[in-house]
Write a protein of this length. Structure first.
Length: 137
């Protein structure tokens, strides 16, 4: 009797799900709703660099397209974007991080301020993460 109740509960829960697959033949734009807020570009952003050997952190304030050297790295900010409906919210920063010694790319892509582990720099000495955009109301 107990086994029948335990096995019937998941089946009953599955029956109450209201997930409807999209109809075949519809264009993706008809099925998928765009996010309510769009992103806007700021004039620049702030990234934090941690030197894991010395235990020191430094904040770099860069404008879009600007490059700065810190330690053995060269950091270039491509763009800093933020949600227009929440300017104090999440920052998305496009970064190119290269080594000074041989100009090898260590990281190229977007970093998200609220989820630094989502797209992280993989370097034995340095950690770099996005903090926020600058010039945002």
């Amino acid at each position: 009797m107990l086994a029948a109740v335990l096995f019937a509960a998941p089946v009953a829960a599955q029956d109450s799900l209201s997930i409807v697959p999209p109809s075949r033949g519809q264009e993706p734009s008809e099925r998928i709703q765009a996010p309510s807020g769009a992103a806007a570009s700021a004039v620049g952003g702030i990234v934090r660099v941690l030197d894991k050997i010395n235990g020191t952190t430094s904040d770099l304030q860069l404008r879009n397209g600007e490059t700065a050297d810190i330690g053995a790295l060269t950091v270039t900010m491509g763009d800093c974007r933020y949600p227009t409906d929440n300017p104090a919210g999440d920052a998305y920063i496009l970064l190119s991080i290269r080594t000074k010694q041989d100009d090898a790319a260590v990281f190229e892509g977007w970093m998200v301020a609220s989820a630094p582990a989502l797209s992280a720099l993989d370097h034995p000495r340095y950690d770099v993460w996005a903090l926020r955009c600058i010039g945002v109301d």
